[in-house]
Design a protein around this ligand. Structure first.
Ligand code: UDP
Length: 387
């Protein structure tokens, strides 16, 4: 695969040229961004079901399918508990009648089955989930019900409709807290989650593995789990972006401080065994993540369960993220030192070489500043998020 040139400037140098003054999201913006190339030769199927397509990552996925493949139809299933009607509106603007929206809770197996049987997709991209580690520690039942139970219900509906291809949003949280000598994390690093979010995602991976191995007519299940590290950034044209309510993620919280919506950012602990004492994570741009799904669709094989890590292969500390937000936005980001947040491993970063080797996917956004700049543009254009 030919990789497009990427901006290899150090984060600081890149930020100076990328800093913007106003909330503009026009077509010229794309010229600032790394050129995108196709990941693999696989063509998306003609009808794709995107669960959680009104949420952050699912909406970017649906948008890419509608935009890049003029003949692809997309059905979004979302209960709009965390997803946004505004994201659906944005998708309809791009896809018109090729976008169908079904407001269904995945736990409603009967309605979900009816929707799939009426119009079976060729493949399912399963994003719908609760996604906050601290929330999962407080409300484990919600996480097992939604993230494991919702997945089981989806598999039942797929079986009833004869749908046998699935790409699942898994997570680095399934690895738990690997020893420092196990960094970077490969797909064979032992999965020992330390919070209910990671545990429920791992349990659904196990379900998929068993289901792929089970005999099934006319074809056994084909499944891929993509284990995301931390996701940031937004659509280059700001049609969709990140809007969690409540927001718990580091990059958008720091940007809300830049925007004046919050007085400060609380750093959850600086006594971790890391280079500056704060937690280290591997941030990947949402558009790169979407590309990985397109590549994964082409790798689905009946009877096979496969898993790949999705990250850039380098970690950034909480302090480094705050510095990046200062550089990119030009605003002070006051911080307050807090205690450790329950369920947080000290450091997580990926070895993404397996998916590069197997599917030809690598991240095009390789600097934190480029990701923060993209998220900042969305936030400036949509200071209240979706309305
Ligand atoms: N974090 C922080 N302050 C915040 C939000 C997050 O210090 O207000 C830290 C958090 O403890 C973790 C890192 O930022 O070490 C990334 O957290 P996030 O919630 O964005 O993603 P997670 O790694 O939990 O999926």
């Amino acid at each position: 695969m030919v990789i497009s040139p990427i901006n290899e400037a150090p984060d600081g140098a890149e930020a100076r040229s990328a800093t913007r003054d106003g909330p503009d999201c026009d077509l010229t913006v794309t010229q600032d961004l790394p050129t995108r190339n196709s990941t693999g030769d696989a063509r998306p199927p003609s009808h794709v079901l995107v669960t959680g397509g009104a949420g952050y990552i699912g909406s970017h996925m649906a948008l890419a399918l509608l935009e890049r493949e003029p003949s692809t139809r997309v059905t979004v299933v979302d209960n709009l508990l965390r997803g946004h009607r505004g994201a659906i509106d944005a998708l309809v603007k791009v896809g018109g009648a090729r976008l169908r929206f079904e407001q269904i809770d995945l736990l409603d197996t009967a309605r979900l089955t009816a929707a799939l049987v009426a119009d079976p997709p060729d493949a399912v991209l399963h994003f719908a989930a609760l996604t906050s580690v601290p929330e999962s520690v407080e409300k484990p039942l919600d996480y097992f019900r939604t993230n494991l139970g919702g997945g089981l219900s989806l598999l039942e509906a797929m079986r009833a409709a004869g749908v046998s291809r699935l790409v699942f949003s898994s997570t680095a949280a399934t690895y738990g807290e690997p020893a420092p000598e196990s960094m970077p994390i490969t797909e064979s690093t032992p999965q020992r989650p330390i919070n209910p979010y990671g545990l429920a995602k791992l349990q659904f991976e196990d379900v998929l593995r068993a289901q792929c191995a089970a005999p099934r007519q006319p074809k056994p299940l084909a499944a891929v789990a993509l284990r995301y590290f931390n996701v940031a950034g937004a659509d280059a044209l700001c049609r969709v972006g990140e809007d969690h309510r409540p927001e718990t993620h580091l990059v958008p919280i720091a940007l809300e401080v830049a925007l004046g919506k919050r007085p400060h950012l609380t750093i959850f602990g600086d006594d971790y065994p890391t280079r500056d004492g704060t937690c280290i994570r591997d941030y990947v741009h949402v558009s790169d993540l979407v590309d990985a799904h397109l590549a994964a669709l082409g790798a689905l094989e009946p009877g096979a369960f496969r898993a790949w890590n999705i990250g850039i292969g380098r970690g950034h500390s909480v302090r480094e993220v705050v510095e990046s937000v200062r550089r990119v936005t030009g605003h002070a980001i006051p911080t307050v030192m807090g205690t450790r947040r329950a369920g947080d491993p000290a450091a997580l970063f990926a070895d993404p070489s397996a998916i590069a080797r197997d599917l030809g996917w690598t991240a095009r956004f390789t600097t934190l500043d480029a990701m923060v700049e993209s998220a900042w543009r969305w936030m400036q254009a949509n200071p209240q998020g979706y309305r």
